[in-house]
Design a protein around this ligand. Sequence first.
Ligand code: DGT
Ligand code: CA
Ligand code: CA
Length: 575
Amino acid sequence: MVRPNEEVEALLQEYADLIAITGGEAFKARAYEKAARAIGGYPADVSHLDVAGLKEIPGVGKSIAEKVVEYFHTGHVTVVEERRARIPAGVRQLITIPTLGPRKAMALYQDLHISSVGELADAVKAEKLRDLKGFGRKTEENILHGIALMQQAGGRILMSTAMEAAEDIVAELSRITGCEHCAYGGSLRRMKETIGDIDILVAARRSAPFMDALTELPSTGEVIAHGEKKTSIRTVKGVQVDLRVVRPDAWGAGMQYFTGSQAHNIRTRTIAVRLGLKLSEYGLFETESGKRVASRSEDEVYARLGLPLIPPTLREDRGEIEAGLRGELPEVVTERDIRGDLHTHTDLTDGLTSLEEMVAAAAERGYAYYAVTDHAPNLYMQRMTDDKIRAQREQVRSLDGEHHGMRLLHGTELNIGPEGEVDWPDEFLRGFDLCVAAVHSHFNVGRKAMTHRLVHACENPHVNIIGHPTTRLLGKRPGIDADLDEVFAACARTGTALEVNAQPDRLDLGDEDILLARSHGAKFAIDTDAHSIPQLAFLRYGVGTAQRGWLTPDDVINTWPLRRLRRFLRKDRAG
Ligand code: DGT
Ligand code: CA
Ligand code: CA
């Protein structure tokens, strides 16, 4: 990810929201949104570009380019500040409620003087919204549902947001003299899909320089506690960070303790007790003599407990202790095992980047193969046609093998219709090397219909991968209601892989569903669903999630050599 690009993306998106809230022209808001996405997905650092250079980015005109330059020169953009001043922060918070748009948020503020989520919830309960123009019972329900979803997230943040903040802080603290080790632990190291707070650990003889540095970082907004053993801050973006400094000879014990999970640690401590030992963040000690027997590395701590080094992503007390004691811990899939991405987009549909550029960037990642899977015509807003996809296929064939010998597969992302039907007739589908199929509409057809629909899609001889199978959006939309046992069994039976979609707000399938699908013998594809070059790097989040679901390379079709993959994609069809 290019950090300055993300800053500009967030700023322009905020400006678009502000325009929309203040009742500005809709086309203008859309233009800023489009530019925000284009800059977020732009591969080169935009802070080095002048107005002329910025205008080269699709969707960026002179006026937007000038604002970006102003931002990097002065640290702010005057017109954005002006709009911000006109809207209370509480109202801006209202539009972050899923299902509530900017226009409705502004109406609530102007007509009912509602300027916080709490006030909104109270107003709905007091039935004050009913008489407002454009609001009705259905809107009220939606709003309450939106607030509930937001609260369910409980202030937890996406893994990717935490990762970016944590990697910055680790880099800063690692530079300080006396730092022997620095790393993040907690749920982030375990790669949970959402993160409560970030836990950072440093090994050093003196703690004060690190504790002070954390409180003084430019990204630090508020100091919650500042001590010798632990310091906690909140970043300007509202993320809590806990820092602990341990002595260098206790690094392994500290990491083991502060990586968790709590449930896993209860198990390791119990094993220690049975062996006449005591395990704490300072080390593993003989209970009788108080002598320290292990603490330097996690490896050493686990070994003394009779366990192999358990990968952090497995430390949830979901059987890893028993498997470790038996010597049957799985060799989970790693990023290095992935030979290619099987679900990606280009600017032929809603991607931001041309086919050539996406392919070149994928080859740079060292992939052996790469599939291009733009949207099929039933997702009407993407305006796909037979001619367009055929022309793309020609282009794909001409680029095949041209970058470091990387092989290209031409595919598509089909839409699973209400009855499980997909776009295009069989003879047309036969022309693709692979098809991803996903639900993009009709989310609430009921459990029975949804189950039947997905099973039917699996039975299609051309459907190879079910994309983002539950369609959940973390903190925004729950997963579909279906009999997943039946769906996963159908996947296993028909040779249809389930996707582990690596987009940080999806991570779909999630860890628990992966475990279930794996028990049915299904196969998986870990894909980024990238719509721009930086998104190809989302792969790590998909791999982390797959590890949490105990997947090995054999379970994941895009770790396989191309020959074996092609055989799987044929789904037992002749030829
Ligand atoms: P989160 O922050 O809610 O996403 O989840 P974690 O797992 O990062 O939890 P957190 O930040 O409260 O603590 C980090 C790790 O430190 C946790 O996984 C285990 C360890 N830990 C922290 N406090 C305690 C405690 O009071 N008892 C035990 N047994 N372990 C603790
Ligand atoms: Ca934590
Ligand atoms: Ca913590």
